[in-house]
Design a protein around this ligand. Structure first.
Ligand code: FAD
Ligand code: NAP
Length: 495
């Protein structure tokens, strides 16, 4: 596909791990006149900022999607302007809980140019400190605009710049000194979306749940607001979900010894951590099919009923949200919630409609920080006009999307879940690696990293939790070494 003239100004939305490495890759090109990183929180760190207070108890809305529960803010009619601070809930607090440690070995989780302070699995504050240091180490902290939410991204055209589309960002900064929202706009050649996708919680629709929530507002919560096990002392608890949050929170409740035994865990599917029997202190249940408010009962898919449950913690995940994406100005929505995927995407990173001016870092479920690095380097090279090659034609990009959609449908997988064991991760990283090309002889730019033998070995063999059936597992200071190849969910299914 014909490349557009290189971008001169770039905005990055978000200063989590994805924003951190994106800013570093952009700055290392020394090709952009303006790089701005907008972050709605008071500090970089993204998911890894720990909020001891999960914030107001927002009423959970079963089955509701971000379009309804995280809608765009009403923009002021003229700008710039100061307004009273918005009172709309924006989901900006994080889901990190007190005892959370990482679940990907540090050699594979950290960026290639800097390791975590230690490993393999570290408390959440080590990851947060790492991201904050990363901004300082690369001097990209000076690009940050904190407490600044990108409220609108709209396509505009600039006469000075030929037919290249440009992007107008409407920005809102909370000024804590004057206690006002300060609104203004800035225009950019390109925008990189690194806004994370674990902010807006999802809970499923279940018969009777709405009434149950209304009758017992504090009884049902989402893992996003879970902080400490002590809050559940003497309580009869049901945990719903069997991925990382469901497994970890169930384990913490049991290990605390404070919660009424057993802790009930409602599972829709098996995880790799499940043996043939539940661990001590846990009773497995199937999915919940009904809440009966009048009798205070919860009914499960196998017909069993639990009475007088004190707490239900939904660990049913999150939905990506793009309230700033102006569908009207930009020719349609960016995300399809029925299919759970970006609309018109290419390689989980680019938009077919705007391949040289919009990119997304961090959306697929795959190795986290390290994959963000491959995406960031490829995007920085492409947007600076220095990639090894252009992107393919629109029809080839469409073909990629169609093939991917067909594949995941056949295999009953999610579009943006990139697996490790079937080689997809290496294939995808190779694409980004090859697109990036070499830095300039003079030194500007950044190499995409190698994913060496040691790192690949750690991904395969070093786990936070034992996997029953792996007879060769051995205990190693709180983590586990596994040797046997697995055939159940993908090795990195929990990421
Ligand atoms: C509970 C939990 C535990 C996890 N544990 C692990 C783990 O152990 N290992 C692992 O590899 N991964 C883990 N993850 C995944 C984790 O999300 C990634 O590791 C990584 O931090 C994601 O980085 P990100 O930058 O893409 O998103 P985020 O960290 O979410 O950062 C996005 C940033 O964008 C900001 N933002 C959003 N919208 C706007 C806007 N409109 N304007 C301005 N700023 C905006 C947000 O405030 C945020 O700071 C975990 C996730 C959760 C929820
Ligand atoms: N570092 C850590 O230890 C740690 C701890 C917590 C979370 N995390 C991270 O946080 C992120 C989010 O993880 P998560 O566990 O919160 O979300 P998740 O991985 O998306 O898992 C959601 C869970 O909810 C279940 N579910 C979804 N819809 C359901 C429904 N209608 N009925 C019943 N069950 C339903 C899913 O079941 P199916 O599997 O059947 O779809 C799955 O078990 C991941 O990146 C994860 O690695 C990490």
């Amino acid at each position: 596909m014909m490349a557009q003239p290189p971008a001169k100004s770039v905005a990055v939305i978000g200063a989590g791990a994805a924003g951190a490495v994106t800013a570093a890759a952009l700055l290392s090109e020394a090709a952009f006149e303006i790089i701005r990183v907008f972050e709605r929180r008071e500090t970089p760190g993204g998911t890894w900022i720990y909020d001891p207070d999960p914030g107001e108890n927002v009423t959970l809305k079963p089955g509701k999607l971000p379009l309804e529960i995280d809608p765009p803010l009403q923009l002021p009619s003229h700008l710039p302007v100061d307004t009273p601070p918005t009172t709309q809930h924006r989901w900006s607090k994080t889901p990190i809980y007190s005892e959370l440690t990482t679940n990907v070995p540090d050699i594979a989780m950290s960026f290639s140019d800097d390791r975590f302070a230690y490993g393999p699995f570290v408390p959440h504050w080590v990851a947060k400190q790492y991201i904050q240091d990363y901004f300082a180490r690369h001097q990209t902290d000076k690009l940050l605009s904190l407490e600044t939410t990108v409220e609108d991204v709209s396509k505009i055209f600039s006469k000075q710049n030929g037919s290249r589309e440009r992007w107008r960002l409407t920005l809102r900064r909370f000024d804590a000194v004057r206690h006002v929202d300060v609104w203004w706009q800035e225009d950019f050649d390109a925008v990189i979306i690194a806004n994370g996708h674990y902010s807006v919680p999802y809970i499923p629709e279940v018969k009777g749940l709405e009434d149950f929530l209304a009758a017992f507002p504090d009884r049902v919560s989402h893992s996003k607001s879970y902080r400490v096990s002590s809050l559940y002392a003497n309580k009869r608890v049901v945990v719903v979900g069997n991925s990382a949050s469901g497994h970890d929170i169930t384990t913490q409740l049991v290990q605390s010894g404070l919660t009424q035994a057993p802790v009930y865990q409602s599972r829709r599917s098996r995880s790799r951590w499940d043996g043939d029997h539940p661990p001590n202190g846990v009773e497995w249940k199937p999915t919940i099919v009904e809440y009966r408010t009048s009798t205070n009962e919860i009914v499960f898919d196998d017909g069993t009923v639990l009475n007088d449950v004190d707490a239900v913690i939904y660990c049913t995940g999150y939905k990506p949200s793009f309230p700033f994406w102006n569908s009207k100005a930009n020719g349609g929505p960016i995300f399809d919630y029925r299919e759970n995927r970006i609309l018109g995407s290419y390689q989980h990173t680019f938009l077919q409609k705007y391949p040289y001016s919009i990119a997304i870092v961090g959306l697929p479920r795959v190795l986290t920080f390290r994959s963000f690095e491959y995406q960031a380097v490829a995007i920085a090279r492409l947007f600076s006009g220095r990639s090894s090659k252009p992107l393919p034609s629109i029809s080839e990009m469409r073909e990629w999307e169609k093939d991917r959609a067909g594949l995941v449908k056949r295999e009953r997988r999610k579009f943006h879940d990139i697996q490790w064991e079937n080689g997809e991760t290496m294939e995808w990283l190779s694409f980004l690696y090859e697109l990036a090309g070499l830095p300039k002889l003079e030194g500007e730019g950044r190499y995409p990293p190698v994913l060496d033998e040691k790192t690949r070995w750690a991904i395969k063999h070093v786990r936070k939790y034992p996997e029953p059936g792996n007879k060769e597992s051995e205990d190693n200071e709180g983590w586990v070494l596994v040797n046997k190849e697995e055939t159940r969910k993908d090795i990195l299914h929990f990421i």
